[in-house]
Design a protein. Structure first.
Length: 344
């Protein structure tokens, strides 16, 4: 598939781990919706069709039944009902550099004895022992780019009967993933799924749906949303849709075509492209190859060199973080390495 013309990325964008760039189809869909909104050209229902498309595309990407997929706005809000359902005194295991959207929702329950245990990522699997009730961890770490050994974590969690909650915000869209053996998988779409901020998608296993209370339920969680506007009668949707939060329409208008394009290209193709460029960059820095589309380096002066060359990346955990996605080119890699050459 020819990617030319699908994006309008300016050279030097190496910061998808902060936010992804919209494919042209997503940008144009969003502009059309904004134009209609500006003049009142339509009702909201056509915009909301994008929520259904996004849910179904997400489900296909992770190998889930759409009935087990839900929509929301943030990762922390999505996992909050799971945290609320934990018994008093439960033990939650996480990575010691886990992004806090998958930490704070558990820690706010410390007043009822819930304990959050954080260990280095390379010790996580060994730390999944009897007594751990839930493992909450990212499929790819935001600050370091470390890729989780998901099969090992799934196996260890199953062995001790621990629930497994995966934050896939830094993975979904470039790293092949399925929900096999996972109780909850949540991803915000504005990074590798290249969508507007404000659209989160998630999976809840049937056993977790039974444990959790949809405490944020509103009209959109109703069995029939158009019959759920008013009154004290509550008839919630079956499956995970009862955990839906009322969607930010325009975020999903942009998300649906972006997710569908990822399906069209294929995550395996994106994965191969991203790793080739990330590892070319690593080789230029004298680093061994890796399995991540995120490269973290503590090369002194790198941030200033990038800024001087007009290359946009990020600093996380005191290190320069560069990230490579489907719209990144070999020219972007060479430009970055040229900027850093005087420092090597």
């Amino acid at each position: 598939m020819d990617f030319e013309g699908l994006w309008d990325a300016e050279p030097g964008w190496l910061n998808t781990a902060s936010y992804g760039l919209p494919p042209r189809a997503a940008w144009e869909a969003l502009q059309a919706a904004l134009g209609d909104w500006r003049v009142g050209a339509t009702s909201w229902e056509p915009w909301d069709e994008s929520t259904t498309r996004s849910r179904e595309s997400f489900a296909r990407l992770v190998g889930a039944d759409p009935v087990d997929a839900f929509v929301g706005s943030t990762v922390s809000a999505a996992v909050a009902p799971i945290a609320a359902a934990l018994p008093d005194g439960a033990k939650v295991l996480t990575d010691d550099v886990e992004f806090t959207s998958n930490v704070f929702p558990w820690k706010v329950h410390e007043d009822r004895g819930v304990e959050v245990i954080a260990v280095p990522g390379d010790e996580l699997v060994a730390a999944i022992r009897p007594g751990i009730d839930l493992v909450a961890v990212s499929a790819v770490q935001s600050s370091t780019g470390a890729v989780l050994d998901l099969p090992a974590v799934v196996a260890a969690s199953k062995e001790v009967g621990a629930l497994l909650v995966i934050d896939a915000s830094q993975a979904l869209g470039w790293l092949p993933l399925t929900v096999d053996g996972i109780d909850a998988l949540v991803a915000h779409t504005y990074k590798w799924l290249m969508s507007p901020r404000g659209a989160t998608l998630g999976y809840l296993s049937p056993r977790l749906q039974e444990r959790c209370r949809p405490s944020a339920a509103g009209w959109y969680a109703g069995r029939t949303v158009h019959s759920s506007y008013y009154g004290a009668e509550m008839d919630l949707a079956p499956g995970a849709r009862k955990f839906d939060q009322s969607p930010a329409w325009f975020s999903f208008v942009g998300a649906a075509p972006a997710l569908e394009l990822i399906e069209q290209i294929g995550v395996e193709t994106i994965h191969r492209h991203n790793l080739e460029l990330a590892n070319e960059f690593r080789a230029g820095l004298g680093l061994p190859p890796s399995d991540s589309a995120i490269v973290s380096t503590n090369l002194a002066g790198a941030q200033e060199a990038f800024e001087a060359a007009g290359i946009r990346a990020a600093v996380r955990g005191g290190k320069l973080r560069a990230s490579f996605h489907i719209y990144t080119t070999t020219a972007d890699v060479h430009q970055a390495l040229t900027a850093l050459k005087p420092l090597l």
